[in-house]
Design a protein. Structure first.
Length: 157
């Protein structure tokens, strides 16, 4: 987890060295909190600021990335795989999954272990924000083309 998180953070900083913010969220796996701490510490060690949504959905993290004007995002999950598995779903600044070409570049950075950790005076910051699930719900409910259902079923005649 540390190696691939460091590769992702390094890749993000190559894309835009000025934007040092990453949004993270996780599923409810037993080891999720432990993995989250590894990811946060690795990103902070690279000088990247972390916004932690904690327990969240993949689409919620995807919308939080552009709302936070972050460089990218990470969802900690392994979808429908066994509970002992964990994975990093990696997002770009648009809140979209990184491309195959970007993934290949990231894997190359990981293989070479080409990471530069920050000076102790330039470590990244940490902020927890548990408001995004509600923000996501509000965005869906306020979407212009959403047909609202009546609050009571129509009466039959």
């Amino acid at each position: 987890m540390v190696k691939f998180t460091a590769a992702y953070g390094t890749w993000l900083l190559k894309q835009n060295a000025e934007n040092r913010k990453v949004v993270i969220g996780r599923d409810g796996r037993i080891s999720g909190e432990m993995i989250k701490q590894l990811v946060i510490s690795t990103l902070n060690g690279l000088g990247i600021d972390v916004v932690d949504l904690d327990l969240s959905t993949t689409p919620t993290v995807e919308i939080a990335v552009p709302l936070e004007q972050a460089a990218g995002g990470i969802i900690l999950t392994a979808s429908h795989n066994p509970r002992e598995w964990n994975a990093l779903k990696l997002l770009n600044a648009k809140g979209e999954f990184i491309s195959g070409a970007d993934g290949a570049e990231l894997l190359d950075i990981a293989a070479r272990e080409d990471f530069t950790f920050a000076d102790v005076n330039k470590l990244g910051s940490y902020r927890k924000d548990d408001s995004y699930l509600q923000k996501h719900i509000d965005l869906v409910l306020n979407y212009p083309s959403l047909t609202r259902l009546p609050s009571k079923p129509p009466t039959s005649k």
